[in-house]
Design a protein. Structure first.
Length: 582
RNA sequence: GCCACCGUAGCUCAGGGGUAGAGCACAUCCAUGGUAAGGAUGGGGUCGUGGGUUCAACUCCCACCGGUGGCUCCA
């Protein structure tokens, strides 16, 4: 048995130890399932009328330690389905599991916790495997309770899921708790407040973040970078209103499926409007406003614009899941033969952008090619031959860009294949940021055409693409990636000027003007507090450069500069400082 | 939406059936200071909202609003 299996068994056994402990404290509890997880284990329970809370953990852990110290042996035995049904008659979830075993025609296995005298103290239905005795489960800790549906189905009853962690020893537990603490320190919701990047208001509503001046600098820096790269690749900016008639989505085919997730708007008349949840249908209407020639293609539109989706409150999360999200959206209308070039351009933009933001250089991303499910070709709309070509082209273009791609069969949207880039944040959560999606359907729905070389109408292919995804979510990822200490080019404040005393104010004002003229975001922290306190404040605000101005500097010496997090100062001229910030 | 927990000053939090506290932040004054918290004084809260129980509710109960964690792992 290898280490991984041993660990798995240890965790699985721990879930049974917890169940025995909970059974002692709450004899009426009904049991759901309880597997091992990456960090430990969980077990689902039905506590009936008296719910369990984290306040009960102490008592449960105490019982668990008693069970561990008794070092009960785990003994496996096999019984018939009939015997099992009799034994677990009072527990509807166990009965459901036993019926499942019966259908598969297998025998039931039990595990007994056996004491020194050979008596079974606790018995549970379980396929195993387990460690030999309860003394071997290592260091454990109950972590949290959560709701979970029986069999993961929201139509089934809600059970209480108790999570625990198991570790080889106390050091392992301490390391895990430390990791959680570190992740919590980087949480963008905490840093967003501490660094004054965004806020929310009960009067405005949940999932509707407000960006402060500091946060807006970061947003604009991201947006400007994307726009600069896109412009160089032939994209042109468009602007559209944020509401439209529902007719647009009836034509696109989104209405039936998404109307409950939209914000509906009513004006004076009977016309029904909605807040736009996406931009592609709008962009098709710009394309459709003129007769297009094959010579005009590809046509590339882009914009950074807000979309509105009525997410369920429980789905909202800081900046990561919001109800008003700002997309860096873009659409390309092109011919089949141009797909490869266009996809290559988008990959170029994504590579340049994510290299600059530091996400790409870290190499912490994966690329997925979502293609049709070969078993169910009827699920997909559009010409099958075009699908074959497009899937092939995307695969080629990714390979030529040097990307390692994971092929995901059956993950394509019904309207076309796609290439997704997933980046991992500080605590390992994966976020899809860049996406390239081909669409054979929407051009059809909106009857988009161009005139080909022979003077005939032809249907363009549409490419939907985003580089950062949504600015909100991307900011959340960046805040956590940098733990709030942004690189200078996107830092809300790039330099804080700290005059030692009031006699240095005039020099400091001049320096600020000089820096601001050079495009540096420089602020002055006036000497109403001690220098030590002001340095502390600038470091806590994670400002890239703190510049100390005293007699030495006003007397003609170089600037004294402390970089964020540095222990020592550097000497640099104004010009050197400006170029360090460029 | 569902389950659990939480909601007290701008922020982080303590408290508890008899109408409230700390630290930070803020303001004023003193200190004019050279590298991660100088000192003193002061302002600031219908204890999320609405209802109920009670002589009395910020505290207990209910509903609502908001926040956090979870709702993929199959005996």
């Amino acid at each position: 048995m290898n280490n991984e299996n041993a660990l798995f068994n240890m965790r699985h056994t721990a879930s049974h130890v917890m169940s025995y402990a909970i059974k002692m404290l709450r004899p009426d509890v009904k049991m759901g399932v309880g597997p091992a997880t990456e960090m430990g284990f969980y077990q689902d329970y039905d506590f009936g009328q008296t719910p369990l809370s984290v306040d009960d953990f102490k008592a449960i852990e105490k019982k668990m330690r008693w069970i561990v110290n008794k070092d009960f042996a785990l003994q496996k035995r096999e019984i018939s389905v009939a015997e099992a049904k009799e034994l677990f008659a009072g527990d509807p979830f166990k009965m459901a599991l036993i019926e499942g075993i019966e259908k598969k025609g297998e025998a039931c296995t039990l595990y007994d916790f056996v004491d020194g005298e050979g008596n079974a103290r606790y018995t549970d239905l379980c396929a195993g495997p387990h460690v030999a005795s309860t003394g071997q489960i290592g260091t454990f800790k109950l972590m949290k309770v959560a709701g979970a549906y029986w069999r993961g189905d929201e139509n089934e009853p809600m059970l209480t899921r108790v999570y625990g962690g198991t570790f080889a020893d106390a050091d392992g537990l301490a390391a895990h708790l430390h990791m959680l603490e570190e992740a919590a320190k980087r949480d963008h919701r905490k840093l967003g407040k501490e660094l004054d990047l965004y806020t929310t208001s009960d009067l405005i509503g949940s999932g509707l973040p407000l960006f402060t001046p500091r946060g807006t600098v970061v947003r604009d820096a991201i947006q400007d970078e994307i726009m600069k790269l896109q412009y160089a690749h032939g994209y042109r900016r468009v602007a559209i209103p944020h509401i439209c008639k529902k007719d647009l989505y009836e034509t696109s085919g989104h209405w039936q499926k998404y109307k409950d997730d939209l914000f509906h708007v009513h004006g004076k008349g009977d016309t029904e409007f909605v807040m736009k949840p996406m931009n592609c249908p709008h962009h098709t209407q710009i394309y459709a406003s003129q007769m297009r020639s094959y010579r005009d293609l590809p046509i590339r539109y882009c914009e950074v614009t807000a979309c509105y989706r009525d997410e369920q409150p429980g789905e909202l999360l800081g900046l990561s899941r919001v109800r008003a999200l700002t997309q860096d959206d873009g659409h390309v209308f092109c011919r089949m033969g141009q797909i490869k070039d266009e996809a290559a351009k988008i990959i170029d933009i994504a590579r340049a952008f994510h290299t600059k933001t530091g996400m790409w250089a870290e190499g912490n991303f994966e690329v997925y090619l979502s293609v049709r499910d070969p078993e169910k070709p009827e699920k997909y709309l559009g010409d099958s031959a075009n699908w074959d070509i497009a899937e092939q082209l995307l695969e080629e273009v990714a390979a030529e860009a040097g990307l390692k791609v994971k092929r995901e069969e059956g993950e394509a949207a019904f309207y076309g294949p796609k290439l997704d880039f997933q980046f991992a944040d500080a605590i390992g959560r994966k976020w899809q940021l860049t996406t390239i999606q081909l669409d054979f359907v929407m051009p059809d729905r909106f009857d988009l055409t161009y005139i080909n070389e022979a003077g005939e109408k032809e249907r363009p292919v549409m490419i939907h693409r985003a580089i950062a995804g949504s600015l909100e979510r991307f900011m959340a990822v960046l805040i956590e990636h940098y733990a709030g200490a942004f690189p200078a080019w996107m830092a809300p404040v790039q330099a804080v000027l700290l005059p030692v005393g009031q006699q240095h104010d005039a020099f400091t004002d001049d320096l600020q003007k000089q820096l601001m003229t050079a495009g540096v975001r420089a602020e002055i922290d006036v000497p109403t507090e001690t220098l030590g306190k002001r340095i502390r404040a600038s470091q806590k605000a994670k400002v890239p450069f703190s510049i100390i101005i005293g007699d030495t500097e006003t007397g003609g010496g170089p600037l004294t500069v402390r970089r964020y997090g540095a222990q020592k100062d550097e000497q640099m001229t104004v010009e050197e400082l400006i170029s360090a910030l460029a």
